[in-house]
Design a protein. Structure first.
Length: 260
């Protein structure tokens, strides 16, 4: 199996996905740039589910209201079993669901089987979830900007084995859908942040967008590789991006970048 270093994974995020999987991911990411509503997001989440052969998928975004400290939750139900989310809320399963606890404590990608081994759920919850067809699954989330809440995307089915391919697809697409989901409720804050990019950061981003590695961009700009990586860290922060492709995509959407 091909193993990549952390730097290689950042600079070549599509390896070792197949050509078809990479194209499928890029198509969904491209469409996410123009997604403005929950209906469009629902369609994209369903496409991700189809790509990884999941039967069911849904997502939510949770924040704290500044005045009261109460949760504000946006739920996008793509195609979960009929009535399950209402039943889940009525039974207050969010208080005992280890997937929820794991997501909002550390975020990132989790496979339900691994989480259940570490934090076994009450039998009544797991039994009812499995009866609804939600036996196996993946969840993924990212924190909001204030780090008082964040997103949770879930993909499930009676048969959904843990594979590196599924994990790689989710880790590449879902940061883009996280941005869409977060803006359904909180509005667009990206433009003000993006305007804070310096001329040098824009130069670095241009060459990264052209497929150059940090070392190659440094050679072109006549600066050290570590300086390029320093600028990239600042770019990711300012654009609220989790990786280089997402930063490039955001800059293109905002009209900040023209690739050479």
């Amino acid at each position: 199996m091909l193993k990549l270093s952390a730097t290689e994974r950042a600079e070549h995020p599509w390896r070792p996905l197949s050509h078809g999987d990479a194209l499928g991911c890029l198509e969904i990411i491209h469409r996410s740039l123009d997604c403005q509503d929950s209906q469009g997001l629902c369609a994209l989440v369903e496409e991700v589910g189809s790509l990884i052969e999941a039967d069911y998928c849904a997502c939510l975004f949770s924040t704290k209201a500044p005045a009261t400290g109460a949760d504000q939750i946006v739920i996008v139900d793509a195609n979960y079993p009929t009535g399950w989310l209402e039943h889940y809320a009525h039974r207050h399963f969010h208080l005992i669901d280890p997937i929820i606890a794991e997501n909002f404590s550390r975020f990132g990608l989790q496979y339900w089987g691994d989480t259940y081994l570490k934090s076994p759920p009450p039998g009544v919850f797991r039994g009812e979830a499995e009866a609804a067809g939600l036996e196996h699954g993946f969840s993924y989330g990212l924190p909001d900007r204030a780090r008082t809440g964040g997103s949770l995307f879930s993909f499930a089915g009676p048969r959904l084995p843990q594979t590196a391919r599924r994990a790689m697809i989710l880790e590449r697409i879902l940061p883009h859908l996280h941005r869409v989901l977060s803006q359904l409720d909180t509005g667009g804050h990206l433009l003000a942040q993006a305007n804070a990019l310096s001329d040098r950061e824009l130069e670095v981003l241009k060459w990264i967008g052209a497929g150059k590695s940090s070392w190659e961009a440094g050679m072109i700009l006549r600066i050290a590789e570590r300086t390029v990586n320093f600028h990239i860290r600042n770019i990711l922060l300012k654009l609220d991006a989790v990786n280089r492709p997402q930063a490039v995509a955001t800059a293109l959407k905002l009209g900040l970048l023209e690739l050479p």
